[in-house]
Design a protein around this ligand. Structure first.
Ligand code: B12
Length: 211
């Protein structure tokens, strides 16, 4: 990997938003592909942060500063990743499920969907089932997209799908799910319409769900 990408990765791991900002800007100026910066440097850095946490070398505060540095980098990349079209491909309500505060992956998926001309209603993190239901009833979205990063919050996806059924709107929307602990099999078990492992595949999935 190039020195510059490596420096971005290290700056994410160190949680230095300032260095991430400088280096991501420099990488774009040098002509690096924004997706390469995102995947090979920034997401790779976050994966290492997760490993350090698992190994007991990092704690929540270190994860938090790394997340801030990641968000800083994503904001710089956003205009290059999102070149929204005029015509909306469909409307998506996206959120991280109840009890879960991890929003980086959700934001990234939202950003990429926006880049693929979807209109995004971002419900944020720690979203209770009724908020998803409300988005379907009031905003008439075609897709509900749910993110979960904790094994303990995954069941909230099922609860949300059940809430959509109870409100009589399950047939009106497609439900897509994602997040590191999820799988295709889990998505099928909870009767979601689709699962994608990353933001690019999430775009392909959303397109197929509305077509
Ligand atoms: C940053 C981070 C935090 C930050 C989050 C800040 C923020 N604003 O998001 C903070 C410090 C708050 C945090 C807190 C906690 N965390 Co944390 N955190 C992480 C970390 C290091 C990175 C997550 C991340 O952003 N990854 C980068 C993004 C880009 O990847 P992603 O989210 O997976 O998203 C991609 C795909 O999954 C997919 N995707 C995501 N969402 C969706 C949605 C749809 C619809 C689709 C189709 C696709 C899709 O596309 C995305 C882009 O490609 C992970 C480690 C890891 N390896 O994941 C741990 C991790 C998720 N955390 C963990 C834990 C345990 C916690 C805490 C419980 C710690 C504690 N003791 O308090 C708390 C829980 C707080 C809460 N209630 O949510 C564990 C979870 C273990 C488990 N199996 O449940 C992990 C795995 C760390 C570990 N290795 O142990 N955390």
């Amino acid at each position: 990997m190039s020195d510059l990408l490596n420096e971005i990765k290290e700056a994410i791991i160190d949680g230095s938003a300032k260095i991430v900002s400088e280096k991501v800007t420099a990488a774009l100026e040098e002509g690096f592909d924004p997706e390469q910066i995102l995947n090979d440097a920034m997401i790779a850095g976050m994966a290492e942060v997760g490993q350090l946490f698992e190994d007991g070398e990092y704690f929540v505060p270190e994860m938090l500063v790394a997340a801030r540095a990641m968000t800083t980098g994503m904001q710089i990349l956003k205009p290059r990743l999102v070149q929204a079209d005029v015509k909306a491909a469909g409307k998506v309500a996206i959120g991280t499920v109840q009890g879960d505060l991890h929003d980086i992956g959700k934001n990234l998926v939202g950003m990429m969907l926006e880049g693929a001309s979807f209109e995004i209603i971002d419900l944020g993190a720690d979203v209770p089932p009724e908020k998803f239901v409300e988005a379907v009833q009031k905003d008439h979205v075609q897709i509900v997209a749910m993110s979960a990063l904790l094994t303990t919050t995954m069941p909230s996806m099922k609860t949300t799908i059940e809430a959509l059924e109870a409100a009589g709107v399950r047939d009106q929307v497609k439900v897509m799910v994602g997040g590191a602990p999820l799988s295709d099999q889990y998505a099928r078990e909870i009767h979601a319409d689709g699962y994608a492992p990353d933001a690019n595949k999430a775009v392909a999935l959303a397109k197929s769900l509305v077509s």
